[in-house]
Design a protein around this ligand. Structure first.
Ligand SMILES: [Zn+2]
Length: 405
């Protein structure tokens, strides 16, 4: 079937067209050929096959632009060995796909238990109906003795001074597809529970060191993102010219305004990921009010930050990308209460993270010429539904890759 049309109760396009009631979309050879009302398109394309989703909402599929599914997750979730690491990795990716996510921004940080090269990760995704971008990074983990790793040096720990070595930084930068958390301005708790990582939050770099790293990325024509939290670290990131702030927990109102003026993009992780309380719905509202094209991401797999009012968890178990809709829901609800349009709200999980990945001309909206990556669901993901079971179909490049009956 190279051409077909779907008809839905409504289509939330996240494009200039907004929401289309009784909508239709024509798909030809992996791409969206046309989107409009059923009334118009049924006349324009009278003889092609129609798939009826009269009770359902059709939206772009989700984009999670900050995850650790292939490197950290397999050893955290399963008793894998290097021989079986990527079997678990593929199961984890399938689980993400079944949650309505068809594009990921994966971090390759270097890991004591994963002696893989960046190309091993790239190879592991072959044949999986998911669009994966990789950010290659260095990482500083806040153990009692802070441990540093990089995507290039793999499982061998490095010294702080290696993290600013221009030769190594250049190698890391060259491999990076997009501005993920390329550097960790603060030592991270990673996916460890708080008591295991007492040094989480400690600032690793001087502003001068950071500027040197930022320059290397920019000279290669690449953007750089940073893992950062707290007023001091965020001030340094903005001063150093970092393009994307990941987490930005504890950002001040002035810094939100400054980030907006500088055109700095932000990836919020309301579940946790740093030493500080994660992004609240009120903070997300401030980002959107300041016209920042905000993305919400899971940083999966992570334990939820303990004692946070807007998270529904009573445990410290690792949470995966299947939680994206749930952790975004309080923020999306608050945006709705503040009269934001549902397309603007859904952009936090679709178009905006696609921009972070540099793939906004490929997916993230339902628009003529883009990949036919979309969901058939019982409501708007994250805003009206939070459970993966309410996503009935996942389409990737025009093909049904997940179907719940
Ligand atoms: Zn992360």
């Amino acid at each position: 079937m190279s051409i077909y049309m779907i008809r839905a109760k409504k289509i939330v396009t996240v494009s200039q067209s907004g929401t289309i009631e009784d909508g239709a979309m024509v798909i030809e050879n992996e791409k969206i050929l046309d989107v409009g009302t059923w009334e118009n398109l049924s006349k324009q394309y009278p003889s092609i096959q129609v798939i009826e989703y009269a009770d359902y909402v059709v939206t772009p599929s989700l984009v999670d632009c900050h995850t650790h599914l292939l490197e950290f997750a397999p050893t955290s979730l399963y008793p894998v060995t290097p021989e079986t690491h990527f079997i678990a990795g593929k199961a984890i990716l399938f689980h993400a796909l079944s949650s309505g996510i068809t594009a990921l921004g994966e971090q390759i940080c270097g890991h004591p238990l994963g002696d893989f090269r960046v190309e091993d990760y790239r190879k592991a995704i072959h044949g999986i109906p998911l669009n994966v971008s990789f950010a290659t990074t260095s990482i500083s983990i806040g153990f009692e003795k802070i441990a540093h790793f990089t995507s290039i040096t793999q499982s061998t720990a490095v010294r702080k001074k290696d993290l600013i070595d221009p030769f190594l930084v250049k190698q890391i930068a060259k491999e990076s597809d997009y501005p993920g958390e390329n550097i960790f301005i603060n030592a991270t708790p990673a996916n460890f529970t708080i008591n295991e990582v007492p040094k989480a939050g400690e600032i690793i770099y001087s502003v001068e060191e950071m500027k040197g790293i930022v320059d290397i990325y920019h000279q290669l024509g690449k953007k750089i993102g940073a893992h950062v939290a707290g007023k001091e670290g965020i001030a340094m990131a903005l001063a150093a010219g970092v393009d994307v702030l990941h987490h930005a927990h504890g950002i001040t109102d002035e810094q939100i305004e400054r980030a907006s003026n500088l055109g700095v993009q932000i990836v919020a992780t309301p579940i946790g990921g740093t030493h500080l309380t994660p992004n609240s719905p009120e903070e997300v509202l401030k980002f959107v009010n300041e016209n920042i094209a905000l993305s919400i991401s899971t940083d999966a797999y992570l334990p939820p930050y303990p004692g946070v009012a807007w998270l529904p968890y009573a445990d410290q178990l690792l949470k995966g990308p299947d939680q994206l809709m749930l952790i975004a829901n309080p923020s999306m609800q608050l945006l709705k209460q503040n009269n934001y349009d549902e397309n603007t709200i859904l952009a936090l999980l679709t178009n905006n993270p696609a921009i972070i990945l540099g793939k906004e001309n490929q997916f993230g909206r339902l628009e003529k010429g883009l990949d036919a990556n979309f969901l058939v669901a019982e409501g708007i993901p994250g805003l009206e539904i939070t459970e993966m079971e309410k996503i009935k179909k996942v389409y990737y490049r025009g093909k049904t890759v997940i179907a719940r009956h």
